[in-house]
Write a protein that binds this ligand. Structure first.
Ligand SMILES: NC(=O)c1ccc[n+]([C@@H]2O[C@H](COP(=O)([O-])OP(=O)(O)OC[C@H]3O[C@@H](n4cnc5c(N)ncnc54)[C@H](O)[C@@H]3O)[C@@H](O)[C@H]2O)c1
Length: 424
């Protein structure tokens, strides 16, 4: 985010009873500029509502309108939005969003300058095509599609698009990964990165409308649906093209009792993935979805030292996430350990603050400014994250390692990926 877009906020004082005597005309630090952007949110489920909440917290955009095919999702989103507006001082409140009667109306409303697609994975490509006919800036939730062919078609469409498409790979904005990317890629604190280990231990996937995330054909598979976040980060740290992927994945049985339309849930919920990169860097990723709380760990080992970043979100005993970064440089430099975290009001707004900074990057881009370090995820980066995920799913099915050059060729992706991974 560029510095000139950040207006310091002191919400603690703005909202304090003892500060309400300050007249409107004397408000300077407490003055809040009205939103300059208007968003249309497509899909008002878990993440659609998170984007609505975060848009208003950030304050640079109003949610002008919403569209969802389920009345219940619309009603809940409107009620939650209204409750958030009521918590604001009167002069900052925005009217309730319009409820559109069709996707086309939502995307083509002239009052809206950006469309956020927050529908289930299997709908992304169809919704995107309608949204792109509007010519407006588009935010498309991750994973960009359920199949590599739709993801590749998205990259191709986005290349010729008059505006831009940003993919919702928001883990780049989690505090521990922002700091790790800076240490590893800007300061180059650990030297040449040789090994990257990431893990996520978490409870099973939460309930969804229609339980779309429990079925491979609707979600693209667990490694595509959720772990694209981690493969995106691993790709950023490695910085070069992956050459080989091997994975072992399976089901713990937690969703054995879940069926829809006579079909049993078929998603994996635990996996080990190994990725080789063309510069000799190796990475691994571990997923376990039978854990009581949420724990993520990143361990980078380079020629100069080791970096360990963690996030623990213990839903049973503590609401806020505990996030840290440790840098160990032995005799080669200064080691350090930091406790990280965004302001609590931002951390609580969703994904521990990542959604808020993802919005800031999206709006920066809309305004033609340089986005926050690490950049907003492009469709091509979204495709690379999906490519590793898909190759891992293929490997776990066959039991064989996937040679990426062959996999790219077999899926007809060479031309869309281009010659240089660095051009991502
Ligand atoms: N970036 C992240 O970290 C993150 C986190 C959660 C979800 N997501 C992604 O967001 C998307 C939605 O996930 P969710 O958790 O909000 O799911 P959800 O089931 O809670 O909500 C999805 C909503 O979309 C609506 N919908 C379905 N098809 C539609 C269509 N064609 N048009 C309009 N509305 C439609 C549903 O009625 C529902 O209200 C998925 O792609 C998911 O992967 C991303």
């Amino acid at each position: 985010m560029s510095i000139d877009t950040i207006k310091p906020r002191l919400r603690f004082f703005e909202g304090a009873a003892g500060q309400q005597h300050i007249p409107e005309t004397d408000k300077y630090l407490y003055a809040v500029a009205p939103p300059v952007h208007r968003l249309a949110i497509i899909g008002t489920g878990t993440i659609g509502q998170e984007h609505m909440r975060v848009a208003r917290l950030l304050g640079r955009a109003a949610v002008h309108g919403i569209f969802d095919c389920e009345q219940r999702s619309i009603d809940i989103a409107l009620a939650n939005y209204a409750a958030q507006e009521m918590s604001l001082p009167e002069e900052q409140r925005q009217p309730a969003p319009i409820v559109y009667t069709s996707l086309e109306n939502a995307c083509n409303d002239a009052a809206v300058d950006a469309v956020m697609i927050c529908t289930p994975n299997y709908t992304h490509f169809d919704v995107l095509k309608v949204a792109m006919a509007s010519g407006k800036a588009i935010f498309l939730e991750k994973p960009m599609a359920t199949t590599l062919s739709d993801a590749a078609a998205t990259v191709a469409l986005a290349r010729d698009y008059q505006s831009f498409v940003q993919i919702g790979l928001q883990y780049r904005y989690k505090a521990q990964y922002v700091e790790s990317l800076h240490e590893a890629l800007v300061r180059r604190s650990v030297g040449e990165i040789r090994m990257i280990s990431m893990s996520e231990y978490r409870p099973p996937f939460l309930d969804k409308v229609g339980q779309w995330n429990k079925f491979n054909h609707l979600s693209g598979g667990t490694l595509v649906e959720k772990c694209c976040h981690y493969f995106d980060l691993i790709n950023l740290f490695a910085g070069v093209q992956p050459t080989r992927v091997y994975a072992s994945a399976g089901q713990s049985g937690v969703f054995d009792g879940l069926t829809r339309d006579g079909r049993k849930s078929d998603i994996d919920d635990n996996a080990f993935v190994i990725i080789d990169y063309e510069n000799g860097c190796r990475a691994n990723f571990t997923l376990n979805m039978c854990s009581p709380d949420f724990t993520e760990e990143l361990c980078l080992v380079g020629t100069h030292g080791r970096l360990i970043a963690t996030e623990r979100f213990d839903v049973h005993h503590r609401q806020e996430a505990a996030t840290s970064l440790r840098l160990e440089l032995g005799e080669l430099g200064s080691s350090k350990e930091s406790v990280l975290g965004y302001a609590s009001v931002i951390e609580r707004s969703g994904h521990h603050g990542a959604t808020y900074f993802e919005h800031a990057a999206f709006l920066d881009r809309l305004e033609g400014k340089e986005p926050i370090e690490g950049g907003a995820a492009t469709p091509l980066q979204g495709l690379w994250s999906m490519l590793i995920a898909s190759a891992a799913q293929e490997s776990s099915k066959t039991g064989n390692a996937v040679e990426m050059a062959d996999y790219i060729e077999a899926n007809g992706l060479a031309s869309v990926l281009g010659e240089s991974f660095a051009a991502n």
